[in-house]
Design a protein around this ligand. Structure first.
Ligand code: AMP
Ligand code: GLY
Length: 423
């Protein structure tokens, strides 16, 4: 079968790396891909939200399965587009319909969903411009810190956490009057949850599900989790505090009722669900849903999976997922992200990357890279993840850090303290 992956980041390189090992794939295409994915298959220079171009390539290359990496095409309705087109409707897409993508695309929708299906999450209320006054009154009933969330997608920047009530009231007004454009026309105000975060994932056909390995993501630019938020500075899987008892709570209290809710709402959902969780004294709460895999979580999850992913997708499509489990490597995987100096603020692109051939014992998963005159150069803020496997987290991290030193580009930066909170 020929398979098409949509997206261009480290997540998509990790998926392409894993799928390139499958004997069940004839040709693997990645659109648009990056400087790394071209070693796993063929890059096709089209945007993941250019549905007509995707249709053309799908038919031309006789694609039998489409895997959607990022959320944007899902929120825009790529799966619905395939279902509505006579020539495409028999081709399975890994990624939910627009109705399912609302779990990520609208925080207000996700909160109401969790409330209806009794899924543990922070208490909340939603407000619009017309209920600004009520919003300010609601803030007074809460204790600091105050959590304000833009309802819609705001490029990962739509959440504000504020210590001061007056500042929270001002920001609420700013958000409702366009701080994040349409995305903050509705604002969710919620209770602050104190704990430690982790990311859990399942693959589902809307009826049954398979759990993927969990991971911890490091979002801040600075060591000790300080400074600005980024797309993710690295990830570690498994997460030591997510023991069997905790993961059982996650399945029983969160994953199962989520799948049940999807069915109750009549949502057509075939794809991944990413549960952004807070561990509050041993109990999991949902911070957010995403309708895709995480980046950089996928960069530490994929290398731990022994099972051919095509078998998992096949089981989902053929409705044999009930008793399907993934075989995992017991090892720790650590993904250390190399970023461009200045990121997540202004940074330069087009820097030559050297030393890639010196890396023997890690997997290099490209994110913001491209090939320029046979040279790999930087093309984004997050440049590449260095993923290593070993029996202990410390040993895996040591290998990633050693290799992070071997790869060079002007103004390279990476966090050297990943895992500091897991020891
Ligand atoms: P989100 O976009 O919903 O994942 O929020 C971004 C980040 O804000 C999360 O990764 C958490 O670190 C933090 N956050 C969001 N909601 C809460 C909450 N209710 N309590 C504490 N921290 C939160
Ligand atoms: N690592 C967080 C995300 O993918 O949204």
């Amino acid at each position: 079968m020929n398979v098409l992956i949509l997206g261009s980041g480290g997540r998509e390189h990790a998926l392409a790396w894993k799928l390139s090992q499958s004997k069940k794939i004839d040709q693997l295409y990645i659109a648009p891909g990056n400087g790394g994915t071209q070693h796993c298959g063929t890059n096709i220079d089209i945007a993941p939200d250019d549905f007509e171009a995707i249709k053309k390539i799908t038919l031309e290359q006789q694609i039998g399965l489409v895997i959607v990496g990022p959320e944007a095409p899902l929120v825009k309705g790529i799966t619905d587009f395939f279902t509505a087109e006579e020539k495409l409707k028999s081709i399975p897409v890994v990624g939910p319909t627009k109705a399912g993508a609302k779990l990520e695309g609208s925080k207000d929708f996700a909160k109401a969903f969790m409330q209806e299906f009794k899924i543990p999450t922070a208490q909340y209320q939603s407000f619009t411009k017309d209920t600004l006054k009520e919003g300010k009154t609601f803030l007074e009933t809460l204790k600091a810190p105050y959590v304000l969330k833009a309802d819609g997608l705001a490029a990962g920047k739509g959440v504000l956490i504020l210590e001061d009530i007056d500042e929270a009231k001002i920001e609420l007004e700013n958000m409702l009057t366009g701080k994040f454009g349409d995305a903050s026309a509705t604002v969710v105000i919620e209770e602050f949850l104190k704990g430690i975060e982790l990311s859990c994932f399942c693959y589902t056909n809307g009826k049954d599900y398979v759990m993927l390995p969990e991971a911890k993501d490091y979002k801040r630019i600075g060591e000790g989790d300080t400074g600005l938020n980024t797309g993710g500075m690295g990830s570690i899987s498994p997460v030591p505090f997510a023991n069997k008892a905790f993961l059982q709570k996650v399945e029983e209290r969160i994953v199962e009722p989520t799948i049940h809710g999807i069915q109750q709402r009549g949502i057509d959902y075939h794809g991944f669900i990413f549960f952004g969780l807070m561990n509050v004294n041993g109990d999991p709460y949902v911070i957010e849903y995403n309708v895709r895999l995480g980046d950089p979580e996928t960069e530490s999850i994929m290398p731990r999976i022994k099972t051919d992913l095509m078998d998992m997708f096949g089981a989902g499509i053929e409705d044999n997922l009930k008793d399907f489990t993934l075989e995992l490597k017991p090892d720790f995987a650590t993904a250390v992200m190399l970023v461009s100096g200045g990121y997540p603020e202004a940074y330069e692109k087009g820097k030559t990357i050297t030393g890639l051939n010196a890396v023997k014992d890690s997997i290099v998963l490209h994110a913001g890279t491209k090939i320029n005159n046979n040279e790999t150069v930087t093309s984004g803020g997050r440049v590449m993840a260095i993923t290593s496997l070993d029996q202990t987290m410390e040993a895996a991290l040591k290998t990633s850090m050693n290799n992070a030193e071997k790869i060079n580009f002007d103004k390279k930066y990476y966090r050297k303290d990943l895992g500091f909170d897991l020891k």
